[in-house]
Design a protein around this ligand. Structure first.
Ligand SMILES: [Zn+2]
Length: 287
Protein backbone atom coordinates (compact mmCIF):
# COMPACT_ATOMS: atom_id res chain seq x y z
CA UNK A 1 0.00 0.00 0.00
CA UNK A 2 1.26 3.45 -0.87
CA UNK A 3 1.56 5.84 2.08
CA UNK A 4 0.91 9.51 1.24
CA UNK A 5 4.10 11.58 1.59
CA UNK A 6 2.57 13.93 4.17
CA UNK A 7 1.58 10.96 6.35
CA UNK A 8 5.03 9.44 5.94
CA UNK A 9 6.58 12.72 7.08
CA UNK A 10 4.33 12.80 10.13
CA UNK A 11 5.23 9.21 10.99
CA UNK A 12 8.93 10.02 10.68
CA UNK A 13 8.63 13.09 12.90
CA UNK A 14 6.64 11.10 15.48
CA UNK A 15 9.21 8.31 15.57
CA UNK A 16 12.14 10.74 15.94
CA UNK A 17 10.42 12.81 18.60
CA UNK A 18 9.27 9.63 20.34
CA UNK A 19 12.83 9.24 21.59
CA UNK A 20 12.80 12.50 23.46
CA UNK A 21 9.12 13.48 23.86
CA UNK A 22 6.82 11.82 26.33
CA UNK A 23 3.54 12.97 27.73
CA UNK A 24 1.35 11.08 30.15
CA UNK A 25 -2.38 11.18 30.72
CA UNK A 26 -2.06 14.11 33.14
CA UNK A 27 -0.52 16.33 30.46
CA UNK A 28 2.84 17.19 32.08
CA UNK A 29 4.99 18.29 29.14
CA UNK A 30 8.31 16.45 29.16
CA UNK A 31 11.38 18.38 28.01
CA UNK A 32 12.84 17.77 24.54
CA UNK A 33 16.43 18.24 25.70
CA UNK A 34 18.57 16.10 27.96
CA UNK A 35 21.93 16.15 29.75
CA UNK A 36 23.50 13.26 27.81
CA UNK A 37 24.84 12.78 24.29
CA UNK A 38 23.67 14.77 21.27
CA UNK A 39 20.51 16.03 23.03
CA UNK A 40 22.70 17.15 25.96
CA UNK A 41 24.18 20.63 26.56
CA UNK A 42 26.76 20.43 23.74
CA UNK A 43 23.98 19.63 21.26
CA UNK A 44 21.21 21.95 22.48
CA UNK A 45 21.72 24.46 19.66
CA UNK A 46 21.03 21.69 17.13
CA UNK A 47 17.66 20.77 18.65
CA UNK A 48 15.92 23.97 17.50
CA UNK A 49 16.73 27.06 15.46
CA UNK A 50 15.69 29.12 18.50
CA UNK A 51 18.49 27.62 20.66
CA UNK A 52 21.40 29.46 18.98
CA UNK A 53 22.43 31.33 22.12
CA UNK A 54 23.25 27.98 23.80
CA UNK A 55 26.31 27.72 21.54
CA UNK A 56 27.09 31.34 20.63
CA UNK A 57 25.76 33.48 23.50
CA UNK A 58 28.42 35.30 25.49
CA UNK A 59 26.47 35.81 28.72
CA UNK A 60 25.55 32.24 29.53
CA UNK A 61 24.78 30.50 32.83
CA UNK A 62 25.77 28.83 35.07
CA UNK A 63 29.12 30.39 35.93
CA UNK A 64 31.90 29.87 38.43
CA UNK A 65 31.15 32.51 41.06
CA UNK A 66 34.10 34.09 42.85
CA UNK A 67 33.63 35.40 46.38
CA UNK A 68 36.35 37.95 45.67
CA UNK A 69 35.09 39.34 42.35
CA UNK A 70 31.39 38.52 41.76
CA UNK A 71 29.26 41.44 43.01
CA UNK A 72 26.89 40.89 45.95
CA UNK A 73 23.65 42.62 46.83
CA UNK A 74 23.11 44.13 50.26
CA UNK A 75 20.84 46.57 52.07
CA UNK A 76 18.23 48.20 49.85
CA UNK A 77 19.65 46.41 46.79
CA UNK A 78 18.40 43.05 48.11
CA UNK A 79 15.29 41.76 46.31
CA UNK A 80 11.97 41.97 48.12
CA UNK A 81 10.41 38.52 47.73
CA UNK A 82 6.94 37.52 48.89
CA UNK A 83 5.70 33.95 48.57
CA UNK A 84 2.42 33.28 50.38
CA UNK A 85 2.23 29.92 52.18
CA UNK A 86 0.71 27.30 49.89
CA UNK A 87 -1.95 25.24 51.65
CA UNK A 88 -1.61 21.47 51.94
CA UNK A 89 -2.60 19.67 48.75
CA UNK A 90 -2.69 22.83 46.58
CA UNK A 91 0.69 22.44 44.85
CA UNK A 92 1.84 19.65 42.51
CA UNK A 93 5.30 18.12 42.21
CA UNK A 94 5.87 17.54 38.47
CA UNK A 95 8.54 15.45 36.79
CA UNK A 96 9.43 17.17 33.49
CA UNK A 97 12.15 14.66 32.63
CA UNK A 98 14.72 17.44 32.82
CA UNK A 99 13.84 18.55 36.37
CA UNK A 100 11.34 18.33 39.25
CA UNK A 101 9.18 21.45 39.29
CA UNK A 102 6.50 23.06 41.45
CA UNK A 103 4.29 25.93 40.28
CA UNK A 104 3.51 28.49 43.02
CA UNK A 105 2.54 32.15 43.24
CA UNK A 106 4.80 34.90 44.56
CA UNK A 107 6.30 38.27 43.70
CA UNK A 108 9.78 39.77 43.49
CA UNK A 109 10.70 43.44 43.45
CA UNK A 110 14.18 44.54 42.40
CA UNK A 111 15.79 47.77 43.52
CA UNK A 112 15.62 50.35 40.74
CA UNK A 113 13.25 48.29 38.57
CA UNK A 114 9.71 49.66 38.39
CA UNK A 115 7.83 46.57 37.32
CA UNK A 116 7.12 43.65 39.60
CA UNK A 117 8.14 40.07 38.78
CA UNK A 118 5.67 37.24 39.32
CA UNK A 119 6.92 33.85 40.48
CA UNK A 120 6.45 31.22 37.78
CA UNK A 121 7.83 28.06 39.40
CA UNK A 122 10.73 26.59 41.30
CA UNK A 123 12.74 23.52 40.32
CA UNK A 124 15.92 21.59 41.15
CA UNK A 125 19.29 20.59 39.67
CA UNK A 126 21.73 17.92 40.83
CA UNK A 127 24.59 18.55 41.18
CA UNK A 128 24.45 22.32 41.57
CA UNK A 129 24.85 24.35 38.37
CA UNK A 130 26.70 27.28 39.92
CA UNK A 131 30.05 26.79 41.60
CA UNK A 132 31.22 29.10 44.36
CA UNK A 133 35.00 29.51 44.58
CA UNK A 134 35.12 26.36 42.38
CA UNK A 135 33.09 24.31 44.90
CA UNK A 136 29.92 22.61 43.70
CA UNK A 137 27.01 21.45 45.89
CA UNK A 138 24.79 18.35 45.71
CA UNK A 139 21.59 20.27 44.92
CA UNK A 140 20.55 23.72 43.66
CA UNK A 141 17.03 25.17 43.67
CA UNK A 142 16.01 27.80 41.10
CA UNK A 143 13.13 30.13 41.93
CA UNK A 144 12.04 31.65 38.61
CA UNK A 145 10.26 35.04 38.35
CA UNK A 146 8.95 36.78 35.20
CA UNK A 147 7.84 40.34 34.52
CA UNK A 148 5.00 41.43 32.23
CA UNK A 149 7.53 42.83 29.73
CA UNK A 150 9.37 39.49 29.46
CA UNK A 151 12.14 40.04 32.04
CA UNK A 152 13.37 37.00 33.96
CA UNK A 153 14.95 36.94 37.43
CA UNK A 154 16.13 33.74 39.13
CA UNK A 155 17.19 33.13 42.71
CA UNK A 156 19.56 30.16 43.01
CA UNK A 157 19.79 28.39 46.36
CA UNK A 158 22.48 25.71 46.88
CA UNK A 159 21.97 22.85 49.35
CA UNK A 160 24.74 20.85 51.05
CA UNK A 161 24.60 17.54 52.93
CA UNK A 162 23.96 18.10 56.63
CA UNK A 163 26.40 16.60 59.15
CA UNK A 164 23.64 16.45 61.75
CA UNK A 165 20.87 15.02 59.57
CA UNK A 166 18.97 18.32 59.30
CA UNK A 167 16.96 19.22 56.23
CA UNK A 168 15.35 22.49 55.22
CA UNK A 169 11.64 22.01 55.96
CA UNK A 170 10.60 23.23 52.49
CA UNK A 171 12.54 20.34 50.91
CA UNK A 172 11.10 17.75 53.29
CA UNK A 173 7.59 18.84 52.30
CA UNK A 174 8.24 19.23 48.56
CA UNK A 175 9.94 15.85 48.17
CA UNK A 176 7.53 13.84 50.36
CA UNK A 177 5.61 12.51 47.29
CA UNK A 178 8.75 11.88 45.21
CA UNK A 179 8.13 8.13 44.94
CA UNK A 180 4.97 8.93 42.96
CA UNK A 181 6.81 11.04 40.36
CA UNK A 182 9.66 8.71 39.46
CA UNK A 183 8.65 8.66 35.78
CA UNK A 184 9.01 11.68 33.46
CA UNK A 185 5.57 13.13 32.78
CA UNK A 186 4.13 12.21 36.18
CA UNK A 187 2.85 14.54 38.89
CA UNK A 188 1.62 14.22 42.49
CA UNK A 189 -0.02 16.56 45.02
CA UNK A 190 2.19 17.88 47.83
CA UNK A 191 0.29 16.96 50.97
CA UNK A 192 1.99 19.44 53.35
CA UNK A 193 1.87 23.25 53.38
CA UNK A 194 4.75 24.97 51.54
CA UNK A 195 6.52 27.59 53.62
CA UNK A 196 9.44 29.59 52.17
CA UNK A 197 10.28 31.56 55.36
CA UNK A 198 13.61 29.76 56.03
CA UNK A 199 14.75 30.09 52.42
CA UNK A 200 13.79 33.76 52.13
CA UNK A 201 15.41 34.71 55.42
CA UNK A 202 18.66 33.05 54.25
CA UNK A 203 18.43 35.03 51.00
CA UNK A 204 18.09 38.25 53.00
CA UNK A 205 21.16 37.36 55.11
CA UNK A 206 23.26 36.57 52.03
CA UNK A 207 25.79 36.78 50.67
CA UNK A 208 23.68 37.05 47.51
CA UNK A 209 25.82 37.06 44.37
CA UNK A 210 24.41 38.97 41.41
CA UNK A 211 25.21 38.83 37.69
CA UNK A 212 23.48 39.01 34.30
CA UNK A 213 23.35 35.59 32.62
CA UNK A 214 20.96 33.24 30.88
CA UNK A 215 18.49 30.42 31.30
CA UNK A 216 20.56 27.29 31.98
CA UNK A 217 18.23 25.29 29.71
CA UNK A 218 17.25 25.80 26.04
CA UNK A 219 16.68 28.30 24.52
CA UNK A 220 19.42 29.75 26.83
CA UNK A 221 17.80 33.22 26.68
CA UNK A 222 20.14 35.95 27.97
CA UNK A 223 19.41 39.02 30.09
CA UNK A 224 18.41 36.87 33.09
CA UNK A 225 19.00 38.63 36.42
CA UNK A 226 20.72 36.00 38.54
CA UNK A 227 20.93 36.12 42.34
CA UNK A 228 22.75 33.15 43.88
CA UNK A 229 22.88 32.52 47.62
CA UNK A 230 26.48 32.06 48.77
CA UNK A 231 25.79 29.90 51.84
CA UNK A 232 24.20 26.51 51.21
CA UNK A 233 21.15 25.36 53.17
CA UNK A 234 20.78 21.85 54.63
CA UNK A 235 19.55 18.65 53.03
CA UNK A 236 19.81 15.29 54.82
CA UNK A 237 21.55 12.37 53.15
CA UNK A 238 18.47 10.13 52.86
CA UNK A 239 16.35 12.81 51.17
CA UNK A 240 19.20 13.72 48.83
CA UNK A 241 19.77 10.13 47.75
CA UNK A 242 16.06 9.73 46.99
CA UNK A 243 16.01 12.98 44.98
CA UNK A 244 19.17 12.01 43.09
CA UNK A 245 17.61 8.68 42.20
CA UNK A 246 14.82 10.52 40.37
CA UNK A 247 16.62 13.63 39.07
CA UNK A 248 19.71 11.56 38.04
CA UNK A 249 21.93 14.29 36.52
CA UNK A 250 20.59 17.60 35.25
CA UNK A 251 23.34 20.19 35.52
CA UNK A 252 24.62 22.25 32.59
CA UNK A 253 28.42 22.52 32.52
CA UNK A 254 30.00 25.73 33.81
CA UNK A 255 29.96 28.46 31.16
CA UNK A 256 32.68 30.95 30.36
CA UNK A 257 32.82 34.20 32.35
CA UNK A 258 30.14 36.77 31.39
CA UNK A 259 31.17 38.61 28.22
CA UNK A 260 33.70 35.95 27.15
CA UNK A 261 33.44 33.72 24.06
CA UNK A 262 30.95 30.81 24.24
CA UNK A 263 32.92 27.62 24.99
CA UNK A 264 31.07 25.59 22.31
CA UNK A 265 32.11 28.15 19.71
CA UNK A 266 35.64 28.22 21.09
CA UNK A 267 35.94 24.42 20.99
CA UNK A 268 34.43 24.04 17.52
CA UNK A 269 35.95 26.91 15.57
CA UNK A 270 39.59 26.25 14.65
CA UNK A 271 40.05 29.76 13.29
CA UNK A 272 39.00 31.17 16.65
CA UNK A 273 41.70 29.02 18.30
CA UNK A 274 44.30 30.44 15.92
CA UNK A 275 43.21 34.04 16.55
CA UNK A 276 43.42 33.57 20.32
CA UNK A 277 46.75 31.70 20.00
CA UNK A 278 48.25 34.39 17.76
CA UNK A 279 47.06 37.11 20.11
CA UNK A 280 48.56 35.36 23.13
CA UNK A 281 51.89 34.46 21.53
CA UNK A 282 52.34 37.59 19.42
CA UNK A 283 55.45 38.89 21.17
CA UNK A 284 57.32 35.56 21.56
CA UNK A 285 56.19 34.41 18.08
CA UNK A 286 57.96 37.23 16.27
CA UNK A 287 61.09 36.96 18.41
ZN1 LIG B 1 17.19 25.72 36.68
Amino acid sequence: MLVPQSLLALLLIASVEGCIYRRDEHGVAVSTFSYTGTTGPLGWAHLSSSNGLCSNGTNQSPIAISSSSTPTLSGSALPVVTIPEVSAGEALLENLGSTLEVVVNGTLKLDGVDEEYKMAQFHFHTPSEHRIDEEYFPLEMHMVFKSASGGVAVIGVPFDLSDSGNSTSLLTTVFAPIASVASPGSEAPISGALNFDDVLSAVQKGPLYSYSGSLTTPPCTQGVKWMVLGKPLDIDVKTYKTVKGVLKFNSRYTQNAPGEVNLVQYAGDGSLHRVVFRFRCFAPCIA
